[in-house]
Design a binder for this molecule. Structure first.
Ligand code: ZN
Length: 317
């Protein structure tokens, strides 16, 4: 089969661009993602996260978030022959574009809202189309997985934000959210949601991973999980290879259906990578791996990109 196009639900490359470390145009020492290698792999749409690092929280979180968003627009303007911003359902019709990679701007961490909901409308106007409610800590919306034992549901503001995101046409991302918050989001959201970069807890008991029950619930709401490539989420000990990513893909497909699986590499946000999946160009090897596992052409296309596209076309206006 021809190489299917890829949608990747999460990378942290933007930070490196904003910090002036890389242009994200060519392969660079230590870098996982750049437009050149993403195109080799067939990436048609890349979620780019404005990840607000802990050192900026809480007082500088809005400032840093806005700086990263501005950086994303600068990156897109500087490389307009190679990338374009995806904001509306209509933009999805241009994917896959023969020459340019679509960029979906997301924010990782509700701290960008401070303690107000109007900031959501502001970041929407700035082109942000996905929001991860938390990182690992607690914020004004909800608790992250680092606060798991509180069993807290969303705050009033968190609930308001979910409803407003549905109204605006923004994708809700529950990666990093605690489990009680996860269930609360599913109760409230009328739109499908994603866990943009998470793995299966049944295969690796890391707090960041999702239980089979959570995976099935995401499936019932037509959501998607982007399998994360971070070795510590894939296997508890030992050498981790691309085969482990495939194991998580197969497990999620088995318990929640093939229409629930996607890719969420976390490239440039992870300190280690699996052997054989060391940068974005290596994504293309997954094709043969999935063929060997017996997935059909249609199923492979769904896993590599079409499942994320389905959710986006249900959510974006
Ligand atoms: Zn993350």
């Amino acid at each position: 089969m021809d190489n299917p196009y890829i949608v990747d639900g999460h990378c942290d490359s933007l930070i490196h661009f904003v910090n002036g470390e890389r242009t994200l145009q060519n392969p660079a020492e230590g870098g996982h993602w750049d437009t050149q290698r993403a195109r080799i792999a067939g990436v048609a749409l890349q979620f780019m996260a404005a990840f607000i690092e802990t050192k900026y929280k809480p007082s500088m979180a809005i400032w840093r978030g806005l700086q990263l968003i501005e950086g994303a627009h600068r990156f897109i303007a500087d490389h307009s022959d190679q990338v374009f911003l995806v904001q509306e359902k209509l933009d999805l019709e241009h994917i896959p574009d023969p020459t340019r990679i679509g960029i979906l701007l997301s924010v990782e961490g509700g701290e960008i809202l401070g303690e107000t909901s109007f900031m959501l409308d502001i970041i929407f106007k700035l082109g942000v189309r996905a929001l991860g409610l938390t990182w690992n800590q607690r914020n004004a919306l909800a608790d992250g997985v680092g606060e798991e034992d509180t069993h807290s549901r969303l705050t009033k503001l968190g609930q308001e934000v979910i409803l407003r995101m549905n109204k605006l046409g923004m994708l809700i991302d529950v990666s990093h959210l605690n489990e009680a918050g996860f269930w609360h989001v599913l109760e409230l959201s009328k739109d499908p949601i994603v866990a943009s970069h998470s793995c299966a807890k049944a295969l690796c008991a890391h707090p960041r991973n999702l239980t089979d029950q959570q995976l099935r619930a995401l499936a019932r709401q037509n959501g998607v999980v982007g399998v994360n490539f971070y070795p510590r989420f894939l296997q508890e000990t030992g050498q981790v290879t691309r085969e482990d990513v495939v194991r998580h893909i197969c497990h999620i497909a088995e318990v929640a259906g093939v229409e629930t699986v996607g890719l969420g590499s976390d490239f440039d946000g992870i300190s280690e990578v699996p052997e054989g999946l060391e940068h974005v160009a290596d994504d293309s090897y997954l094709l043969d791996d999935l063929i060997k596992k017996g997935f059909s052409t249609r199923e492979i296309e769904q896993i590599m990109g079409r499942n994320f596209m389905r959710v986006l076309s249900a959510v974006l206006k």
